[in-house]
Design a protein around this ligand. Structure first.
Ligand SMILES: NC(=O)c1ccc[n+]([C@@H]2O[C@H](COP(=O)([O-])OP(=O)(O)OC[C@H]3O[C@@H](n4cnc5c(N)ncnc54)[C@H](OP(=O)(O)O)[C@@H]3O)[C@@H](O)[C@H]2O)c1
Length: 242
């Protein structure tokens, strides 16, 4: 089995990467930085390509390369996990700035859609292909200060619903909200201000009261779901309800 994974350098993506490697799945991982700890432990089963996913031109070139088609070709199972995500700009509309909006939409939406399209195109011979978008509760509940993030995650959910109607042979897919996880993203939420993010108190309390999941454990559960026979039965799902 082989998997493409974005955002493996830290946080939830590092947990997902480790769980895939432990399941003996070879991983081609895309982040700006590498994950030295996993590389040391798993050797060449983990291939890392340093890339800024906001650079959609470079990403498109990668998906047209010999590397991409060689990694995904063949009849075996193939997986794509669109995990990389960015929360910024965290601010009310009017204070978000074009550059930050553009970067967030490129990373959270454009990159995931480009990779999904190229994944399906390159895996025509695969007997079992699985596509996972890492969504968020913010796709389904609106938060003040997070309008760009909320819109980007809702886009992933609706992308998954529409792809399902394409009825692609041997493709299972789901857009899954992982719950609240103890990562750099949560740290950046806690260090914002009530002016930019009015619900900050709730997230500070979740951390203080020990309610954050570990990224390793959450990654393990997400991969367990991804590899299960029921994956894709619900096109949008929440880990807290699985
Ligand atoms: N943490 C939570 O509570 C929570 C809750 C719901 C949903 N999520 C979702 O879960 C996913 C992972 O979140 P996390 O909390 O693990 O975030 P994180 O700690 O901020 O890590 C983000 C990952 O995405 C990669 N990434 C970010 N921007 C990138 C870019 N421009 N190009 C390439 N890679 C990029 C980062 O790698 P580099 O910096 O090395 O590029 C890193 O590996 C995200 O989609 C997030 O929206 C998280």
């Amino acid at each position: 089995m082989r998997a493409i994974l974005t955002g493996h350098s830290r946080g939830l993506g590092a947990g997902v990467c480790e769980a895939l490697l432990q399941a003996d799945i070879a991983v081609l991982a895309l982040s700006r930085r590498g994950n030295d700890a996993l590389a040391a432990r798993y050797g060449d089963r983990l291939r890392q390509i340093p890339i800024d996913l906001a650079d959609t031109r470079r990403l498109a070139a990668l998906t047209e390369s010999e590397d991409w088609t060689a990694f995904l070709g063949g009849e075996e199972s193939r997986i794509l996990v669109n995990n990389a995500g960015a929360l910024a700009p965290m601010a009310p509309v009017g204070r978000q700035r074009a550059r930050a909006i553009d970067r967030a939409i490129n990373v959270n939406v454009s990159a995931a859609l480009i990779l999904s399209d190229a994944f399906v195109a390159a895996t025509e011979r695969s007997t079992d292909r699985r596509l996972l978008h890492v969504s968020s509760g913010a796709a389904r509940s609106a938060y003040a200060g997070w309008s760009v993030y909320c819109a980007s995650k809702a886009a992933l959910d609706h992308h998954a619903r529409a792809i399902q109607l394409d009825r692609i042979p041997r493709l299972r897919l789901a857009s899954v909200a992982p719950g609240v996880i103890d990562t750099d993203m949560q740290a950046s939420i806690r260090s914002s201000t009530a002016e930019d993010f009015p619900a900050i108190d709730r997230f500070q309390a979740l951390h203080r009261d020990g309610h954050l999941q570990s990224p390793t454990e959450c990654g393990r559960r997400l991969v367990e779901h991804l590899l299960s026979p029921s994956f894709g039965d619900a096109v949008t799902a929440d880990m807290r309800e699985l």
